[in-house]
Each structure stands twice: as C-alpha cells, then as structure tokens.
Design a protein around this ligand. Structure first.
Ligand code: ADP
Ligand code: ASP
Ligand code: MG
Length: 411
C-alpha cells in the first residue's frame, strides 16, 4: 500500500463524463489499497475565460483580484470530483488552497509555494478518505488567495506529494507521456520512456508545457518520482505506462539531443539609444523585477561609438503590456530612449544532456534553420540547451526540421 498523489489537468476534467472517468481511475487506485490525494485543474478553457474577463476590464489589472477570479475554476472541479467519488461509494472531501493550507508568498498571479500543511490531510487520508485538492491556488501570508502561474496545478501536485512524502506523483494529461517534441506539431515525435529531471526542467522552461517548470524544479529538489501519463487510454498509473521523470544516474540510454521544444508565449522588446555606461541595465531590469516580470533572453551589443547601444530582451506575451508600462517610467531617466516591441516571435530550443560531451550540436541547428531560410533573431545557450528566437510563422517548420536533423523522427 502506497500513498499516491494523482493530478488531473484541464482536459481530463473538461466535462462531467471526463470527471466520471477520473473518479473511476481514483477508485481503482483505492481498490488496490493505496491512499490517494488528488489535485485537479479547472475544466479546459475555463482559466483562459477567467483571465480574459480580467483583461477585458483592464490590461493592467490588480493581481490580487485577478487571483480571486482565476482561482475559482479549480474550486468547481474539486467539488465535482468529490461528488463523483462519493457516488461510487468512495469517501472523498474537497480542499481549497486556503483550507489545506498551501501557503505561498504574496507575488499574486505567480506565487511560489512556501509550505504545505499536512496534519489535516494526513488525518483525512488515514480515515480512507480521498483528499481532492484544488490545484493552482494557495494562500498568501495576509490571508488572500494566490495563484501559481499558468499550468500551476502541476506544481501544486508535486508540492503536495513532497509534503506528504508520497511514493509517486502521477500527472494525468491528454498525452501518454513526454515526447521528443510537442506531438501536436510533430506527428513523428517519439515518446520518451525515461527522462532526467534536468532535461525535463530545461524542456519545461523553454516551453514544453506538459509540465510547469516550477513543478520539475521542485520534484528534482525533493526527489519526487514523477510520471506523465494519459487519462484517456484506459491505463492506470500504478502499471507505470507513462514517462518517468527521474535521476540522470538511473537512465542508461542517452541521446545527444533528447527533444525539440517551442514556445509562442514570447514577446520581444528592443531598447535603442541606450547610454553605454555602467548601471543602465540595472536601471531597466531592476524595476521589471520589482514588478514580478520574468525576463528571459537578453542580448546587448557592443556599441560602435562607445556612446549608445541597443538592448533586446524577451518576456511572456501576457507580461508585455506591464513591461511597456514599467519602461515608460524608466524612460524618464534615460532621455532619447526608443522602445520597440513585437509579439509575433517564438522560441525554439534543442535540449540534451549529450550536448555536454559532443561538439557541433549548435552549429547543426543554425545550418538546419539556414537551409529553411529562417532568420535567427536572438540566441541563448546553457550547458544542455540552445534556444533561438525566430518569427512566429516559422515555428512549425523549424521544430519539424530540427526534429529530423537530430535523428529524432519515429521510423
Ligand atoms: P493539462 O491541461 O493536462 O495540464 P497541458 O495542456 O498543460 O495539459 O499539457 C499537455 C500538452 O503539452 C499536450 O497536449 C501537448 O500538446 C503539450 N506538449 C508540449 N510539448 C510536449 C512534449 N514534449 N511532450 C508531450 N506533450 C507536450
Ligand atoms: N487552470 C490553471 C491554468 O489553466 C492551472 C493548470 O491547469 O495547471 O493555467
Ligand atoms: Mg498543464
């Protein structure tokens, strides 16, 4: 008998029949004698709808009220799943973030979990009850509801699994595992049976939205065994049909490049006529950080005249209006500053632990893109990843070409 945390994403709870299907899976694990805590997302599309309600009132909405609105989707599905379990004779109770409580910091809209109180959850699980926890939400120190950023239910699930010391955290979704590329774009993508935390972390951080980045970070730190699997193919987590995310040391076979990832959630900002003197970057990125805006790629050129330079960086599309607003304030201190922005860019990345020991991996990427006539706007690298920013219209073409170029296509 094990303690398991099962997480069901938006498509898995999108309709009442889908929730009944989830209740069947949970009941099966209970019948096997396991203790089960479940974390649910909102019904597919609901969070998007709630976000658009907020932004239709104001693009620069108050993030505490945004959280009050968008957290509501998970409240509905947690209650509905508890009802569906009770109908099957399985004891179940729903828990909102504040009831557990899942305590976060106060960065509304992208809060980080600081701790999960487990006493009451353990009490519930020990009576044989299924704890159905609303994902994506927590409570700030001042008592207000927070949310964890888009895709945050994955992180709720891993945090609950770590706190309860669960044997495994099963992430049920609409694909049967982690693939070498998004299977919706590359139909020759292959399922990866085992992937290291490190590679999964890089894949998630550059756009493979199958797992939220923070959830992988937490799983790696707390050594939570993670499985990604489908809710729709009739298979049960305990039979281990999905992709296991685990320690690198436990994986024998390694490709040079394990995956190709893309993200359309990118916007590019270019600042021209910046004075080329110490302290300018801090003047720009300090206020952006204070507004909880994550800056991703950054490039700055060496100025030709040693007086003025250009700087380009990327943020998520959702953060672009706020970024431009913050830059308006900064511009007052930097006379002559010109701000340009565009949201029609996307980021394509290759990821693989093998990159550490092979040369020529990045150059093959650039050659492949050149052969397709795709212009690279920005490049960034890490030890096991190369990312390029390109025009959004080339996303699919780039991902498919790279997938073939690194020999990842399914036979
Ligand atoms: P959920 O609602 O269950 O959280 P998400 O939509 O957040 O599901 O994540 C699942 C989706 O992630 C898949 O439908 C797939 O299109 C996408 N995805 C992107 N990259 C990958 C990848 N490398 N492997 C598997 N799925 C991926
Ligand atoms: N419902 C939230 C979202 O759509 C959280 C999640 O699904 O993980 O972002
Ligand atoms: Mg998700």
């Amino acid at each position: 008998m094990a303690l398991l945390v099962l997480k069901f994403g938006g498509t898995s709870v999108a309709t009442i029949p889908a929730i009944e299907n989830v209740a069947n899976k949970v009941s099966q694990e209970i019948k096997l004698g396991h203790k089960v805590a479940v974390v649910v997302s909102a019904m597919a599309g609901v969070t998007n709808q709630l976000v658009s309600y907020c932004s239709s009132i104001s693009q620069l909405y108050d993030s505490k009220e945004y959280d009050a609105v968008v957290a509501s989707g998970e409240q509905v599905t947690s209650g509905l799943l508890a009802l569906a379990l009770q109908k099957r004779g399985v004891k179940a109770r729903s828990w909102q973030g504040w009831q557990v409580p899942i305590v976060t910091n106060d960065v509304h809209g992208k809060a980080r979990i600081k701790g999960v109180e487990t006493d009451t959850l353990h009490e519930s699980l020990n009576t044989g009850e299924v704890a159905v926890i609303a994902g994506f939400q927590g409570i700030a120190p001042d008592g207000r509801i927070t949310t964890l950023g888009r895709g945050g239910s994955d992180t709720s699930a891993v945090a609950v699994a770590a706190a309860l010391k669960a044997e495994r955290c099963d992430i049920y979704t609409d694909v049967d595992g982690v693939y070498t590329a998004d299977p919706r774009i590359v139909n020759r993508a292959k399922k990866i049976p085992r992937i290291s935390y490190e590679e999964m972390l890089e894949m998630a951080s550059v756009g493979a939205k199958v797992l939220q980045t923070r959830s992988v970070e937490l799983a790696m730190k707390e050594k939570v065994p993670l499985q990604v699997l489908s809710s729709f193919d009739g298979k049960l987590g305990s039979d281990l049909p999905g992709t296991m995310v685990m320690d690198e040391a436990e994986i024998v076979e390694q490709e040079v490049v394990s995956g190709v990832t893309h993200s359309r959630d990118e916007a590019k900002v270019t600042l021209r006529q910046l004075p080329d003197v110490p302290g300018v970057a801090a003047k720009i990125f300090g206020p952006l950080a204070d507004s909880a805006i994550n800056v991703d790629m950054i490039v700055q050129n060496v100025s030709a005249d040693k007086a003025k330079t250009d700087l380009t960086f990327t943020v998520t599309r959702a953060d672009l209006p706020k970024t431009l607003d913050v830059l308006k304030g900064v511009a007052a201190e930097l006379p002559g500053l010109q701000v340009e922005s565009s949201a029609d860019v996307s980021k394509v990345s290759i990821i693989g632990i093998g990159m550490r020991s092979y040369v020529g991996v990045a150059s093959r990427m650039f050659k492949t893109l050149a052969e397709k006539g795709i212009n690279i706007q920005v490049i960034t690298t890490s030890e096991i990843k190369v990312s390029v920013l390109i025009g959004e219209e080339y996303t699919e073409l780039a991902v498919r070409a790279l997938h073939s170029a690194y020999g990842l296509d399914q036979e």
